[in-house]
Write a protein that binds this ligand. Structure first.
Ligand SMILES: [Zn+2]
Length: 427
């Protein structure tokens, strides 16, 4: 039951993995509004880099089917989903009470195509989970997903529906235990809350804590009831660098993998933890950030990689492109190939950029205390819990469409690369 048809060959880290990449060419057209920090265009920039680095031909490129109402309602309240489907920029003035009730309007504005945007990014994450469940790939990628703040009946922090919770629910149909790891600079509160009282999902969030959105994620918050010690939080301070970050990430996640033995893992790769992020205050390099991907991949457990935050969009595209290379086991040239968004990447035109000289406020002593506390929590988990399955529930029906063809599960054909079609390149 545990493996769900997946049997990944163990071996050296360099062993190739079968990777499925979910991308909808429409996603870059959604626009939160003037001045808003969240820019779906970054997903299209990432895709362009992947194309020009030649990575698309090494993975299965799939256009996800949009999530349906009933898929979203597996986590979200019906009236909240009804509201998201119905609201438009034109009608919002008549819905002030509802807007307030569902926390839509400020950080989470109403924009054209909002509901189809939600269906698109959620569809990609659920399809990634289905793909892993079916053993169709070892790693699935959906850079449009990872919107970890959305709640059951409330939008929050630029997130409307929680694609991560929906993907975890899908993975739970096959796997007894699912691990969720979050390296966005913000606490993964929506996912933690959804699974706070269960031991079937373990959540581990590394984030800035202290006078910072969303305010939750204290080290002492560890889950409740059956879920006690299955929600872990790693609170960090400004300026954390690669070495400090990995001095926590590797021992903690290594221990989690040893004691929890998840059947599948979701890694939310929010890129606002990178140095120089418009909203962030950490000092990670892309290689430091990607080291989390490399480390997770080394366990040979079905892995769903998702996006998340990230507001200096040239660096977001750099990061997720490099991390796609890590997933594939392909090291990319630092010199960037020419492509339609090349001008964003000047003056260096390189994949990597140096972190800053900002102060690292995480002292060695503080890091050691955090590490010891987390390892202490993990020592309280004696063995991996198991559940009795009666019957495997049916997979969510999300017939995927190959980017180039409408006939399902076919390999990407580089000759029909959609990049040659210019109308979807610019907003
Ligand atoms: Zn974030």
């Amino acid at each position: 039951m545990e493996s769900g048809g997946n049997s990944l060959s163990s071996g050296p880290d360099g062993v190739k993995r079968k990777v499925s990449y979910f991308y909808d060419p429409e996603v870059g057209n959604y626009y939160y509004g003037q001045g808003h920090a969240m820019k779906p265009h970054r997903i299209r920039m990432t895709h362009a880099l992947l194309a020009h680095y030649g990575l698309l031909q090494h993975m299965q490129v799939l256009k996800p089917t949009p999530a349906k109402d009933r898929d979203l309602c597996k986590f979200h309240a019906d009236d909240y989903v009804d509201f998201l489907r119905a609201i438009t920029p034109e009608t919002q003035q008549d819905q002030l009470r509802q807007l307030k009730r569902f926390n839509v309007g400020e950080d989470c504005p109403v924009f054209d195509g909002l509901y189809s945007f939600c269906q698109t990014y959620a569809g990609g994450s659920v399809a990634g989970a289905v793909k892993l469940n079916q053993g169709g790939s070892d790693i699935a990628l959906n850079w449009a997903g990872g919107l970890h703040h959305a709640k059951k009946c409330e939008a929050s922090g630029f997130c409307y529906v929680n694609d991560i919770v929906l993907a975890i629910l899908e993975l739970l149909k096959v796997h007894e235990r699912v691990l969720y790891v979050d390296i966005d600079i913000h606490h993964g509160d929506g996912v933690e809350e959804a699974f706070y009282t269960t031991d079937r999902v373990m959540t581990v969030s590394f984030h800035k804590f202290g006078d910072y959105f969303p305010g939750t994620g204290d080290i002492h918050d560890v889950g409740y009831d059956k879920g006690k010690y299955y929600s872990l939080n790693v609170p960090l301070d400004d300026g954390i660098d690669d070495e400090s970050y990995q001095s926590l990430f590797k021992p903690i996640i290594g221990k989690v993998m040893e004691v929890y033995k998840p059947g599948a893992v979701i890694l939310q790769c929010g890129a606002d933890s990178l140095s120089g992020d418009r909203l962030g205050c950490f000092n990670l390099s892309i290689k430091g950030h990607a080291e989390c991907v490399r480390f997770m991949r080394s366990f040979n457990v079905p892995l769903l990689l998702l996006g998340g935050g990230g507001y200096t969009i040239r660096n977001v595209a750099r990061c997720w492109c490099y991390e796609t290379g890590v997933a594939l086991g392909i090291e990319l040239d630092d010199k960037m190939p020419q492509h339609e968004y090349y001008e964003y990447f000047g003056p260096e035109y390189t994949l990597h950029v140096a972190p800053s000289n900002m102060e690292n406020k995480n002292s060695r002593q503080l890091l050691e205390e955090i590490r010891a506390k987390l390892l202490d929590y993990l020592s309280k988990l004696q063995h991996a819990p198991s559940v009795q399955f009666q019957e495997r529930p049916p997979d969510t029906e999300l017939p995927e469409v190959d980017e180039d063809q409408d006939d399902g599960d076919k390999r990407w054909d580089p000759d029909s690369d959609m990049d040659s079609d210019d109308d979807w390149h610019r907003i």
